[in-house]
Write a protein that binds this ligand. Structure first.
Ligand SMILES: N[C@@H](CCC(=O)N[C@@H](CS)C(=O)NCC(=O)O)C(=O)O
Length: 203
């Protein structure tokens, strides 16, 4: 398998964590996401975004959530169909609708020196990220250790990826979220090789 990837992208961190925990061999293909010519490399992905997984059969699977569900099928990282599986889907959709559009964009804007150029946009994304972290804390309030219940799943990896970057935009994690982050990081085979986005001064 090949993972089309960027070292600073938390969307790409998600499959990297899962592939490591599943002990699957794969080739990492770095994509320069600032280079418009990457469209040749990712021509078979309609959005041209990373991550994309290329299977051994040559199929292209874009979208982090789709990659996670594909890789997790038949493993302990995805509960069987039923309520716990629905909880996994719930948090995957939440991540894409609420958490990622807030924190990923705020992180990118802040680190690239763009927040001062568009303060209203930055504030909007920052606030969306903060609300998403509060929602995550509320979701963890039932005392169960992981998002789909008692068992660690792809939902935890998917949501962890951006939740744990909150400090990069000076957002403090609610304590229930900080405790859950620590539990995720303590799972067997967990690796976090996300590279920080270097801080650029706004010009
Ligand atoms: N919904 C997609 C989002 C993917 C995405 O936004 N990838 C970013 C890197 S984090 C990218 O490729 N950006 C390049 C661009 O915007 O041109 C997913 O979850 O995989």
């Amino acid at each position: 398998m090949k993972l089309y990837d960027h070292a600073m992208s938390a969307n790409c961190l998600k499959p990297r964590i899962l592939l490591a925990q599943l002990r699957l061999e794969y080739e990492r293909v770095g994509v320069d996401i600032f280079d418009r010519d990457r469209h040749g490399q990712l021509a078979r992905n309609p959005t041209k975004l990373v991550p994309v997984l290329e299977t051994d059969d040559g199929a292209f699977i874009p979208e982090s959530g789709a990659i996670m569900l594909f890789l997790a099928e038949g493993t302990p990282f995805l509960p069987p169909p039923g309520v716990d599986r629905a909880r996994v889907h719930q948090w995957l959709f939440f991540e894409q609708n609420q958490l990622e559009p807030g924190l990923a964009v705020a992180r990118f804007m802040k680190r690239m020196g763009l927040a001062d150029h568009a303060p209203e946009v930055y504030k909007n994304r920052f606030n969306q990220g903060r609300r998403a972290l509060d929602a995550l804390a509320a979701g963890l309030a039932d005392g169960r250790p992981f998002l789909a219940g008692d068992t660690y799943s792809v939902a935890d990896i998917q949501v962890y990826a951006y939740a744990h970057t909150a400090g990069e935009v000076d957002l403090e994690l609610p304590s229930a979220v900080a405790d859950w982050v620590a539990r995720v990081e303590a799972t067997p085979g967990f690796v976090n090789d996300l590279e920080p986005i270097p801080m650029r001064e706004s010009s």
